[in-house]
Design a protein around this ligand. Structure first.
Ligand SMILES: C[S@@+](CC[C@H](N)C(=O)[O-])C[C@H]1O[C@@H](n2cnc3c(N)ncnc32)[C@H](O)[C@@H]1O
Length: 272
């Protein structure tokens, strides 16, 4: 049995089946993400059912942790109410939102230190790209950025992107959150700083070695990549493995890199 080659029409049909499936229809993920998985995986399989299985497994790894998302309607109402009150009320609602996902939740007790450590190194940026942002933009009230610092945010889940744009509007910031698969379409705007937090290891699972081209494609002065120092259960130390990921990615690129750590987050300050 030979390896599979799929026509454009076949891929389109399979993509639509996934988009319409009960698991994915509510979260509105980009079509080109699923297409790219079929194109990437088809040469590795001889049987169609194995290919579908492999694509669904990859897709599950990319988005599964974010299914069963927050109640954006309620959270939007809470935010609007807080904005009629005071800064502390805004921070309280943002804290609830940051708590609703593990990545931002575990950073919460150290948020002030986290941003102090970052901005003491990169200075006051005029522009930031928040790549694979999740709920991280709700950390803005702790970042102490200038009001005219442009904050671009990218995620694949549309409902989340719209929620972030509502927040930007309330903050009277430009509406700069985008639904975009940043691996297929790396953002091309120039910026002082890019945050790529807690996602590089999952990019490697999606496509081994892909971080290198992705990081090279970014037009930023400072790239901050963070990775967890230990597994979610805290049982396994991941420092060695995650350092290796970063230094393998940077091999022979001649970029400077400095490491620091805030609690469970290893942060790599990369200057291109
Ligand atoms: C582990 S969370 C990280 C959240 C955030 N960076 C942080 O550290 O607080 C990963 C987020 O990246 C998004 N994501 C995954 N792959 C992506 C891609 N290729 N392009 C854009 N967003 C992506 C997911 O939807 C999810 O919201």
């Amino acid at each position: 049995m030979s390896r599979l080659t799929l026509s454009k029409d076949e891929i389109e049909q399979y993509v639509q089946e996934i988009l319409r499936s009960p698991k994915y229809r509510a979260i509105d993920i980009p079509q080109d993400l699923i297409e790219s998985l079929y194109i990437q995986e088809s040469p590795h399989h001889k049987r169609l059912q194995d290919l579908h299985k492999a694509v669904r497994k990859k897709l599950h790894n990319i988005v599964a942790g974010y299914l069963g998302d927050s109640d954006y309607g309620q959270a939007t109402q809470d935010l609007k109410k807080a904005f009629q009150q005071d800064e502390q009320s805004i921070k309280n609602v943002c804290t609830q939102i940051l708590k609703s996902h593990i990545s931002t939740q575990e950073r919460l007790p150290f948020l002030d230190v986290f941003y102090q450590e970052i901005f003491s190194r990169v200075g006051k940026p005029r522009s930031i790209l928040d790549l694979a942002c999740g709920y991280h933009p709700f950390g803005l009230p702790w970042m102490n950025l200038d009001q005219n610092c442009q904050y671009f945010a990218f995620d694949i889940i549309n409902a989340r992107v719209e929620f972030i744009n509502t927040f930007f509007g309330l903050l009277q910031r430009p509406i700069l959150a985008f639904q975009q698969d940043i691996l297929i379409h790396p953002p091309q705007m120039e910026a002082d700083v890019a945050f790529f937090f807690k996602e590089a290891h999952r990019f490697e699972q999606r496509q081994r070695g892909c971080n290198r081209n992705f990081w090279q494609a970014l037009k930023v002065k400072h790239l901050l990549v963070s990775l967890p120092a230990s597994s979610m259960t805290m049982r396994h130390n991941k420092s060695v493995q995650h350092r290796r990921l970063v230094y393998d990615t940077l091999k022979d690129l001649n970029w400077s890199v400095e490491e620091f750590q805030v609690e469970n987050e290893l942060i790599f300050w990369i200057r291109k």
